[in-house]
Design a protein around this ligand. Structure first.
Ligand code: ADP
Length: 477
């Protein structure tokens, strides 16, 4: 299996995609599949790759004078990884998709065309004489072109699988630049990559992969509807049963309250006192009042409209009225960042906000909070609520996508693991927060929910088994 993607935790991460690309390949390997990754040669990746050697000189491509395929091992997981060393396209500061000021790189089409093109050639057995995959698994629009190149030049036995991690990011480019891709002209039509007078690279995966997946069963149904399809629901519906949902897992090596170096003390379902110490430490760190009896709501998120942070700001009076506290860690939309900072200044000791990206603080926040908030408008899978479940931090989520698939509302006393609301409105969120704060004051039922949440099997092994079954279907189909 060859996994082609633009990010991998902990080297390059902008969101849940990086966590998936770090954890799914090792889970497939544990299940017996020979699995490798293909990544763009971003500085953090090339510089960290261990035992690296050149596999082949590809030569000039997509404007880069020198392109070399290297092979090595990822530092923490020791997974075999191919890296496309193309300094002209990849060796620069800033992020994987944008410069340091948040502006998209102007040559993203070339940068991600190269990723897809190399993936397709590797899949065809043309780049590494010693290895070729049976399945190429491409993730999100960044790697989607691999599926189009493979469809344009079918060779060998390799089949493609494409996973949508976030349909809102489709990789839009000028249609006039289609010629740069070197694909047959028919691939530039609406039945190919064209989307309302532009190119949408995501469509390369949706149209040409043998199988299309997304990261939860509920989201697989949602994306076939106009409400969640971002204009591509028709394409998804046309693929019919080729589209399915496989729920992500939690990497227990990274997210485990019993062995988490970021925490002041470890804890588990049988030793919950440690969690209270984590809460005290977090309140101290955030400058929140040191009150054990105040329910502490946490949020770790990209700050975008998707994540419902505006709903949270509008529902803040209900949260404060219930005697609860709020700690937000996030970055993104400048207006949301400013509004959160204003709320923190207006309510010292009760609301705290840290603007930025901080992996260790994310661990401390998820461990030390009583409730993890995920009030998303849409959520393909969502990882923070799953981390919350593992850490006994009960999720308060909207009933969408993977949130609906992973959290059972407190109303179902025998199975409850959190709190679920329906409408994307401040009122519905306010009601849910009041319900949650009330439930927090009944410690026996709350602790029963915590234990049930912590006992839930969220390992990647179940997902790996589902992907292997899907790969077998794709190879046979
Ligand atoms: P998405 O991929 O849409 O951003 P997910 O819930 O799937 O949402 O994954 C988000 C990942 O990014 C989680 O691992 C979460 O802990 C992490 N994360 C988001 N924002 C921050 C931040 N400001 N600091 C640290 N980690 C963050």
């Amino acid at each position: 299996m060859l996994h082609a993607a633009a990010e991998v935790f902990p080297l390059v991460k902008t969101g849940g995609l990086a966590d998936v690309v770090a954890a799914l390949p090792p889970a497939l390997e544990r299940a017996g599949a020979d699995t490798r990754l293909l990544l763009p040669g971003l500085p953090a990746i090339v510089d960290a790759l261990e035992q690296q050697r050149a596999v082949c000189e590809i030569g000039p491509a997509f404007g880069a004078a020198r392109v070399t395929l290297r092979r090595g091992q990822l530092p923490s997981s020791h997974m075999p990884a191919y890296v496309i060393d193309a300094p002209y396209l990849y060796r620069r500061g800033g992020g994987p998709y944008q410069d340091a000021s948040g502006v998209d790189w102007p040559d993203n089409l070339q940068r991600f065309a190269l990723l897809g093109w190399v993936a397709a050639h590797l899949a065809a057995g043309e780049l590494d004489a010693a290895w070729a995959p049976d399945v190429l698994h491409a993730h999100d629009w960044h790697a989607a072109l691999a599926c189009a190149y493979m469809a344009a030049h079918p060779s060998g036995a390799c089949r493609s699988v494409f996973t949508i991690h976030n349909l809102a990011y489709q990789g839009h480019f000028a249609l006039a630049d289609f010629a740069l891709l070197g694909l047959p002209a028919s691939f530039g039509a609406p039945s190919g990559l064209e989307f309302h007078g532009q190119l949408a690279l995501m469509k390369a995966g949706l149209q040409f992969a043998r199988r299309v997946t997304t990261v939860s069963p509920t989201h697989a149904r949602e994306i076939a509807t106009p409400e969640f399809g971002f204009g591509l629901d028709g394409v998804i519906r046309d693929r019919g049963a080729d589209v399915s949902g496989i729920l992500n897992g939690v990497d227990g090596k990274v997210w485990n309250p019993q062995h988490d170096p970021a925490l002041v003390v470890s804890y588990g379902a049988d030793a919950l006192a440690g969690k209270l110490q984590c809460k005290r430490a977090l309140q101290r760190e955030a400058g929140l009042e040191p009150r054990a009896e105040a329910p502490l709501f946490g949020l770790v998120s990209r700050l975008t409209a998707q994540k419902g942070v505006d709903l949270l700001l509008a529902a803040l009076p209900a949260l404060l009225g219930s005697g609860a506290q709020l700690f937000v860690l996030g970055s993104g939309d400048r207006a949301l960042e400013a509004a959160l900072q204003t709320a923190a200044r207006a309510h010292p000791g009760r609301v705290a906000a840290r603007i930025g990206y901080d992996e260790a603080l994310a661990h401390r926040l998820i461990a030390g909070s009583d409730v993890i908030l995920v009030p998303s408008r849409f959520e393909p899978c969502g990882l923070t609520q799953m981390y919350g479940l593992r850490y006994g931090t009960l999720p308060l989520v909207r009933r969408v996508g993977g949130l609906a698939d992973t959290v059972v509302d407190a109303g179902d006393a025998a199975r409850a693991t959190g709190f679920v609301f329906d409408a994307a409105t401040p009122e519905a969120l306010s009601d849910a927060m009041l319900r949650t704060a009330h439930a927090f004051r009944g410690p026996d039922a709350w602790q029963a929910m915590m234990r049930r949440a912590m006992a839930q099997d969220l390992s990647w092994d179940a997902a790996a088994a589902s992907y292997l079954a899907l790969y077998a279907q794709a190879a046979a189909g």
